[in-house]
Design a protein around this ligand. Structure first.
Ligand SMILES: *[C@@H]1O[C@H](CO)[C@@H](O)[C@H](O)[C@H]1NC(C)=O
Length: 406
C-alpha cells in the first residue's frame, strides 16, 4: 500500500514536471513535453553546477551533449564520411562514393545558440548523411568555435573562413564539386551564420565562385526586438523559450548575463537610443513587414526611454554580421535564391518571415516553407527516438527544395 502510494506520488510529480500547457495545434504535444522536460533538466543542472562554481553552465551542457550524442565518422557503402578541416576549421565531410560526374556541394552550419552542438552529433550526422545520399551531393558540416570560449565575431569568422575555403578551386576540385551548384545552409544559430556568410560572400568581388542558393532553417536574425508577435505568442513554448534566446544572444555577443532583463524589456532598442536610426528600425518593423495573419492582435513594445549606453557596451547588437536582418536592401539583393523555413510555434518565426519579405523586396526569389504545427528545432528531431512528424515532413521538404533548386 505504502509502495503504491509512493509510486503514485512519484508518478504525479513526474507528470507535473513534464506536463506543460501547450498551444493547440502544435505537432505531437506529448513528444514535445518530454523533450522539453529533458532540456529543462539539463538547463537546471547546468545552472546549479555553474552556481556552485563546478564549471561554466555551457561546458556542462556541451559535455552532456557530446557524451550522449557525438558519434564517430562512419563511412557507409554509399558514402565516405571523414572528419577533416575546411580553412582550418574542423568539418565533417560526407562524400558520395562512385559516379564520375560532378556533385552538388552544400556547406552546413549546425544550430545550438552559437554555444551548443556539433556537426558530429547523431542528429546532424544523420541529417547531412541523408542530404548527401538523397541529393548525391558533397555535404560539409562545420564545427565552428562555440561560446563561452569564442564570442562574436569568432563564430562568424570561422563560418566565413570555412565557406571561403569551401568555394576555393582546390576544395571544389578535390571533391569534384560543381562550382555552379553550391549552397550555404544552416538551422537556428547556424541559419544566422549561413545568412551572414551569404551576404558577405555575394558582395565580395574577390570571390569568383558564388553560392547558387541559401537555405535557412528557422534562422535567428535580429536582437533588437524581443516583442515580435512570435516572441510574444511563443514566449513559453518549448524548447526555445524567449529568455533562453536572450541568454544565447548575450553569450554570443560576449555580454554580461545581467543584461537579460534589459533585453527582455526592449530597453536596448528604446526610441531614445542614438545608435538606432529610422533606417535600422524600418528593417525590422514588423507592423509593415509581416502579413496581418501573423501580426494577429499583437502590439509593438517600443519604449520611449530605455537604458542608454548598452549599445556602446554590446555593439554586436547593431552589427549586421551578427544580425543579418539589419542588412541594406542592396546587399540583400545580391544574395542567392533563398529557402526560409519558419515554424508557427517558434519565437524566431518572425525573424524568418521578416527576412523573407525583405529578400523579396530586394528582388531575391524566396521559398517560404511555413509549418503551422512546427516548433523550433523540429527538423533535427526527425529521427529516432523523437521521430517528430513535423520534423520528418519539414526535412523531406527542405531536401526536396534543394533537389529542385540546386
Ligand atoms: C528600462 O528602462 C527604464 C527607463 O530608463 C527603467 O526605469 C527600467 O528599470 C529599465 N528596465 C530594465 C529591466 O532594465
Amino acid at each position: 500500500m505504502r509502495l503504491r502510494l509512493a509510486g503514485a506520488v512519484l508518478l504525479s510529480a513526474a507528470a507535473y514536471y513534464v506536463y506543460l500547457p501547450l498551444p493547440t495545434g502544435v505537432c505531437e504535444p506529448w513528444k514535445l513535453m518530454l523533450l522539453d522536460a529533458l532540456f529543462r533538466s539539463f538547463m537546471k543542472a547546468s545552472d546549479v553546477a555553474h552556481a556552485l562554481g563546478v564549471c561554466h553552465r555551457l561546458h556542462l551542457l556541451n559535455q552532456v551533449v557530446s557524451w550522449l550524442e557525438v558519434i564517430e565518422a562512419r563511412s557507409s557503402p554509399v558514402l565516405h564520411v571523414t572528419d577533416s578541416t575546411l580553412g582550418g576549421i574542423p568539418t565533417r565531410v560526407f562524400q558520395p562514393k562512385g559516379g564520375k560526374r560532378m556533385k552538388r556541394g552544400i556547406i552546413y552550419f549546425h544550430g545550438g545558440g552559437w554555444a551548443l552542438g556539433s556537426g558530429r552529433m547523431r542528429s546532424y550526422d544523420r541529417l547531412c548523411r541523408k542530404m548527401a545520399e538523397d541529393l548525391d551531393s558533397v555535404v560539409m558540416s562545420v564545427d565552428y568555435r562555440l561560446a563561452p570560449e569564442a564570442v562574436f565575431p569568432d563564430q562568424y569568422h570561422d563560418a566565413l573562413g570555412a565557406a571561403r575555403a569551401f568555394l576555393s578551386s582546390q576544395v571544389l576540385e578535390r571533391y569534384s564539386i560543381d562550382p555552379q551548384r553550391v549552397c550555404v545552409s544552416g538551422d537556428s544559430a547556424g541559419g544566422n551564420l549561413a545568412a551572414a556568410v551569404a551576404q558577405e560572400l555575394s558582395s565580395d568581388d574577390t570571390v569568383t565562385v558564388k553560392f547558387k542558393a541559401q537555405a535557412l532553417v528557422y534562422p535567428v536574425l535580429q536582437a533588437l526586438d524581443f516583442y515580435t508577435p512570435s516572441y510574444q505568442q511563443n514566449q513559453a513554448v518549448p524548447i526555445l523559450y524567449r529568455h533562453y534566446m536572450a541568454r544565447f544572444w548575450l553569450e554570443y555577443l560576449g555580454a554580461d548575463r545581467s543584461l537579460e532583463s534589459l533585453l527582455l524589456a526592449n530597453n536596448h532598442s528604446s526610441l531614445d537610443q542614438p545608435a538606432i536610426g529610422a533606417s535600422a528600425r524600418s528593417k525590422l518593423d514588423w507592423t509593415a513587414l509581416l502579413p496581418p495573419e501573423r501580426r494577429k492582435h499583437f502590439r509593438p513594445v517600443l519604449k520611449e526611454t530605455g537604458t542608454l549606453g548598452v549599445m556602446g557596451v554590446v555593439p554586436g547588437l547593431m552589427d549586421v554580421r551578427a544580425a543579418p536582418l539589419l542588412a541594406e536592401q542592396e546587399v540583400l539583393g545580391r544574395t542567392p535564391k533563398a529557402y526560409v523555413m519558419t515554424c508557427e510555434f517558434d519565437v524566431l518565426r518572425d525573424d524568418g518571415l521578416m527576412y523573407v519579405r525583405r529578400l523579396q523586396d530586394a528582388g531575391v526569389s524566396v521559398t517560404n516553407d511555413h509549418y503551422e504545427d512546427g516548433f523550433h528545432g523540429c527538423m533535427v528531431f526527425a529521427f529516432l527516438p523523437m521521430m517528430s512528424g513535423v520534423g520528418q515532413r519539414s526535412m523531406d521538404n527542405y531536401i526536396r527544395w534543394l533537389d529542385q533548386n540546386l
